[in-house]
Design a protein around this ligand. Structure first.
Ligand SMILES: [Zn+2]
Length: 157
């Protein structure tokens, strides 16, 4: 009996999901991200530190969005995660709430060692190696991970 059940697990075909799991949570996360980014877009570039109402609202929406995604065990898309500061939950808009710099700390100044630095107004810095692999794709954008409802995960490289 036990061997038969193990065999059944191995040969089970992955089925397409019936509906969207945790649809209400995903809708709420999407709404909070939209509102948070809209509030951040209303910030004025001339104001020092941007501590106005829009900043507070934007940060609270984005913080609630992260908390909800953790509570509902839903992963945020990497593009969404990269637009939010982990320290202060600010929406990162270049020139407004963050600064983008291209750095190269290697002595030989090789192109492979280029680093994109995103520094938030709170002082936290994120670094992304952008020169290492030009054909790099995020995990969620790779073709072998994408789900095809007809056949399951595609086998294309
Ligand atoms: Zn920050």
């Amino acid at each position: 009996m036990a061997k038969q059940s193990k065999r059944q697990k191995k040969t089970r075909v992955q089925k397409a999901p019936v509906g969207i799991p945790k649809k209400e949570h995903q809708q709420r996360i999407t709404y909070m991200f939209k509102v948070g980014s809209l509030m951040a877009a209303k910030l004025k570039p001339q104001v020092e530190n941007n501590l106005g109402t829009f900043d507070v609202l934007s940060r609270s929406y984005l913080r609630n969005m992260e908390l909800l995604s953790k509570k509902a065990v839903l992963k945020l898309h990497p593009n969404v995660k990269r637009t939010i500061c982990k320290e202060c939950h600010r929406f990162l808009l270049p020139g407004l709430t963050c600064k983008l710099r291209l750095k190269n700390y290697s002595k030989a100044k090789k192109d492979e060692c280029d680093i994109l630095e995103v520094s938030c107004t709170c002082g936290s810095v994120k670094r992304y190696p952008i020169g290492r692999d030009e054909g790099y794709k995020l995990f969620s954008e790779r073709a072998d991970v994408l789900f095809d409802p007809g056949t399951g995960p595609s086998d294309k490289p």
